[in-house]
Write a protein that binds this ligand. Structure first.
Ligand code: AMP
Length: 249
């Protein structure tokens, strides 16, 4: 079974992001970039499937500028077998990413495509769903457990009311939720080995995809500062303030 994993290069989750002074976007100058945490979970799941003997090959794919090869190498160090980068300096929105991933799916014919449920930069939570719709593949989003059995993927999904298990025919698209697994750290020998693993570079033109943005960012600004809270002495005072000041009761 072939598994394709989509990994996105994003601002590291520990970094407090700042908008650019002209409000045209997020300031990425000298900011630490990492693999999107949900994509790391996706890589871990694919590697575990390989270790169990269920998957035979794990391919990590990233779309973006040359720098995203760093995140592909991280995936290779975590256990993926080979990488594909789709080189572009254009801003890619979820629909464009889904169309490009569809083109790669057509080239590679994976049995399973694993993506993060969302990228922590745009928080879109769209790409996996769009890829499933464009390819006609079954989808299991927000997965907290994936079991491959009798040619099906049984995916337990985190939904508002609890958990839901769906049985998907393969090939299928799965998006990862936080509780799916705890990703391993890459060991130094594996980081060294990853440098020698194959990494193909493709272009958007080669894949014949219209990746033009459909949505325009008008302005990026920080959220309003929160006001400091106050302490009340008694329950009666709290109720009074909720009634007369906050006017919520
Ligand atoms: P989003 O819909 O933007 O929240 O992204 C959801 C998931 O789609 C991510 O966790 C990745 O698995 C995948 N994805 C989005 N953008 C890219 C990209 N530029 N390169 C590779 N994978 C991506």
């Amino acid at each position: 079974m072939k598994v394709l994993v989509a990994v996105k290069r994003v601002v590291d989750y520990n970094v407090k992001v700042r908008p650019k002074s002209d409000g045209s976007g997020v300031d990425l100058a000298n900011v630490k970039m990492s693999i999107n945490p949900f994509c790391e979970i996706a890589v871990e799941e694919a590697v575990r499937l390989k270790e169990k003997g269920v998957a035979t090959e794990v391919i990590a794919v990233s779309l973006g500028e040359k720098a995203c090869q760093e995140q592909i190498r991280t995936a290779l160090a975590l256990g993926a077998d080979r990488g594909i980068q789709v080189e572009t300096s254009e801003e890619l929105q979820p629909l464009a990413v889904a169309k490009l991933l569809k083109a790669i799916v057509e080239k590679e014919s994976p049995d399973l495509v694993i993506l993060g449920k969302q990228a922590i930069d745009g928080d879109n939570n769209q790409t996996g769903q769009m890829l499933a719709a464009l390819t006609g593949m079954a989808q299991g989003t927000f997965a907290s457990e994936v079991v491959i059995e009798d040619g099906k993927a049984n995916v337990t999904r985190e939904i508002d009311g609890g958990l839901q298990t769906v049985a998907l025919n393969l090939p299928a698209v799965v998006t990862t939720d936080l509780r799916l697994n705890e990703p391993r750290y890459a060991s130094l020998p594996n980081i060294m080995k990853a440098k020698k693993k194959p990494l193909d570079v493709l272009t958007v033109e080669e894949l014949g995809v219209d990746a033009a943005p459909r949505v325009k960012t008008l302005k990026v600004e920080p959220p309003a500062e929160r006001q400091a809270g106050i302490k009340v002495e008694t329950v009666a005072e709290l109720v009074d303030k909720l009634k007369t000041e906050a006017k919520v009761i």
